[in-house]
Write a protein that binds this ligand. Structure first.
Ligand code: NAI
Length: 485
């Protein structure tokens, strides 16, 4: 048995096998000391009846090796099937998505032509947010998505960003958020950012509202080093940054967790060019380089990255980018050019060399059971309930019906529609959907009493869901209606 590390490799669908073959040929030429365990994942396995798009052997291999290197995979269209890519990230708790956006010599952009350097690392939370995919139709007209943000989830990704900055010498981290509007969810993310930052005094920090952040990134990308965001906002900001450096094909992506990490190309399966030797392997190769660094193979990572940069600088390109006056090459020829450039130094500057403190990667030790990420003790009380319901009536007609069913110690505070107060105050210009919320509060009531209230209300309104109004450690822990003081 060799003492080389073993990684799990899934080529994927469409162009996947072509670009994976190209990347592994470059790894082999660079004498990367790895064993590759080829596993079954992708469309073919959905078709064979594996509901999550992978065989049990594939899952076992990934959980044993701790590293999955994957090509793009097709998610069958239609209801009920979740994306294999999103499933893999969530099932194995790869809580941080790290993407690097750097100007590449040989890849012309508005910024490179203007002499503005771009070198931004985006760290995006990878599991929570609306990506929980918890959605319900409350009626034929009203769709609801739950946005889940947890303190522990925020801590994991924000600590990852600060640790990375400390290890790799980044000086500044920007937190992107929308805490001015989403005061509890984004507010929690920002609060944790400020808490974690206390332990890293050497790193400069700032927070910027995400819309302003997008504008600033376009206007002065050179001002940003590391940006950390929640999942959905991070998704959008990542692609914005990809646009600054020439598109998705030049922006590698990694999904990092404590035990298992996933390295993949960010583009899709490109079915239009599959099997034609036209695909550009750069994105997968750059992700592979990030993977080599993750497992401590810094020397090999730098060798390959320099060769790729040298190749791009020389004008060698596949059909999807580059100088159209120079004939494009195929996937295999592009890989051969990178192999021919191994050992050469790009003019645009060499990549990072081996760091003194090598990453001590170890395949995971299988836990005996799932882990619950517990928080600190706190006192939770209930001071009311939000009842969501469907009605085609106006608020002024609904309110008395609700009030007629409430016991003496319970009162209807407000009715909201799409988050805006429509009763007791409100504007006649507010256009209402058929989805309402009733905020009901009581003094000293327990859950059972609220269930009884609900039973009564069920006779006069079409209830679709409810949420308790919590008071945590003495502080109200729910949002106010738009217009509520
Ligand atoms: P896509 O990225 O596959 O294609 C968009 C356009 O970019 C096409 O014109 C394609 O030819 C081109 N392109 C993409 N990668 C290229 C490469 N390496 N070299 C040269 N040209 C390239 O996006 P699309 O068409 O939206 O999705 C196709 C399939 O891929 C879908 O089934 C989707 O579910 C899947 N997909 C998988 C992802 C993953 O595995 N991480 C990510 C995105 C999509």
């Amino acid at each position: 048995m060799s003492n080389k590390l073993t990684i799990s490799v899934a080529s994927g669908d469409g162009i996947g096998s072509e670009i994976m073959e190209a990347v592994i040929s470059i790894f082999n030429a660079a004498e990367v000391p790895l064993n590759y365990e080829i596993i079954g994942m992708g469309k073919k396995y959905y078709d064979e009846g594996y509901g999550n798009g992978m065989t049990p052997e594939a899952m076992e291999s990934i959980e044993r090796n701790g590293v999955l290197f994957k090509g793009p995979m097709e998610t069958p269209k239609g209801k009920g099937v979740k994306s294999i890519n999103v499933t893999a990230r969530k099932v194995w708790s790869t809580y941080a998505n790290r993407r690097h956006f750097k100007t590449i010599h040989g890849v012309d952009t508005l910024y490179s032509n203007a002499g503005i350097p771009v070198d931004i690392t985006v760290i995006r939370e990878n599991i929570e947010d609306t990506y929980g995919g918890i959605e319900h139709m409350l009626s034929n007209d009203v769709a609801l998505s739950r946005r889940i943000i947890t303190r522990q989830g925020c801590e994991q990704v924000i600590k990852f960003a600060f640790e990375m900055a400390r290890k790799e010498g980044f000086k500044k981290i920007t937190c992107g958020h929308k805490a001015n509007i989403m005061k509890l969810t984004d507010g929690l993310f920002l609060e944790v950012f400020n808490e974690v930052a206390q332990s890293y005094p050497e790193i400069q920090t700032e927070d910027v509202i995400v819309d302003a952040l997008c504008m600033k990134l376009v206007q002065r990308p050179q001002d940003f080093e590391v940006v950390v965001l929640t999942n959905f906002q991070g998704d959008i900001v990542s692609d914005l940054c990809a646009g600054l450096v020439g598109g998705l094909g030049f922006a590698p992506s990694t999904n990092v967790g404590d035990n298992i990490s996933i390295f993949e190309a960010v583009h899709g399966t490109a079915p239009d060019i599959a099997g034609k030797n036209l695909a550009n392997p750069t994105s997968l190769l750059l992700s592979g380089v990030m993977m080599l660094r993750h497992i401590g193979l810094f020397k090999e990572a730098a060798l390959i990255e320099d060769a790729l940069m040298y190749t791009l600088e020389s004008g060698v390109h596949t059909g999807d980018f580059g100088d159209k006056s120079i004939p494009s090459v195929g996937t295999k020829e592009f890989a051969a050019a990178v192999i021919g450039a191994l050992g050469k130094q790009p003019e645009g500057g060499s990549s990072r060399k081996a760091l003194a403190d090598r990453v001590d990667f170890r395949p995971p030790t299988r836990p005996l059971q799932q882990k619950v990420m517990k928080g600190k003790e706190c006192k939770v009380e209930i001071e009311g309930i939000d009842v969501f319901f469907v009605s085609e009536d106006i608020a002024a007609d609904i309110a008395p019906r609700i009030e007629s069913k409430l016991p003496e110690n319970v009162r209807l505070v407000s009715l909201t529609n799409r988050g805006t107060i429509v009763w007791p105050e409100g504007s006649v210009y507010t256009e209402c959907s058929t989805g309402y919320g009733a905020r009901i509060v009581g003094k000293g009531l327990g859950k059972q009493e609220y269930w009884s209230v609900m039973e009564e209300l069920d006779e006069v309104i079409e209830i679709s869901s409810t949420e308790f109004l919590h008071v945590i450690d003495g502080k109200s822990a729910y949002s106010k209606g738009q217009g509520e003081i």
